[in-house]
Design a protein. Structure first.
Length: 180
């Protein structure tokens, strides 16, 4: 498996929101829905809604039952649609309430967009299965051309909401939109 990170979020476009995932070897794009894209942008910017949204609710439920997100995996592509696996873990407690040293792991089929939001919330790693990583198109050298193509197909010139992200976890992002 390849460990990746969210490199950039672009949108809206006519295809939804473009999320660029990658590492030093390759960058590729996944298109997701507008609401999920907005949730990712909120997490990246550290913004919190006044009331819990859907991903917040799920995170609270998992936390309430002491279930941790171990990792997310972009696990396959079927008919040009990405699939993901949400890997959850719960420590098994004994009658006295202390950890027995045993764990229960569950793998759940999920949408990559939801998994990305949850990974950001819990600061968990994002992985891509080797077969998927090998099959996606690398846009590293074509990023500017890719963005120009998206701008031509957006809903309007000024609707582009790019969020440049640091490529190094220690690097700061300005968080400013380029087109505003």
């Amino acid at each position: 498996m390849e460990k990746v990170q969210i490199k950039k979020v672009i949108g809206p476009t006519e295809h939804g929101v473009a999320v660029l995932l990658g590492n030093e070897k390759k960058t590729f794009v996944i298109f997701i829905g507008l609401n999920e894209g907005a949730a990712i942008i909120r997490e990246l910017r550290g913004e919190r809604a006044q009331r819990p949204l859907t991903h917040d609710l799920l995170n609270f439920v998992l936390s309430g039952f002491s279930i941790e997100i171990r990792k997310i995996i972009i696990s396959s592509i079927v008919d040009n649609t990405f699939y993901a696996t949400l890997v959850l873990e719960q420590k098994i407690l004994g009658d006295n309430g202390e950890w027995t040293g045993k764990r229960s792991e569950v793998r759940i089929d999920a949408r990559p967009s939801d998994c990305l939001v949850l990974a950001l919330k819990d600061k968990r790693d994002i992985f891509v299965e080797d077969e998927v990583f090998q099959s996606v198109t690398n846009i590293d050298g074509e990023l500017e051309k890719f963005q120009k193509g998206l701008q031509k197909s957006t809903f309007g010139e000024s609707t582009e909401d790019d969020l440049d992200l640091p490529t190094d976890p220690g690097e700061e992002s300005s968080g400013e939109d380029e087109d505003e």
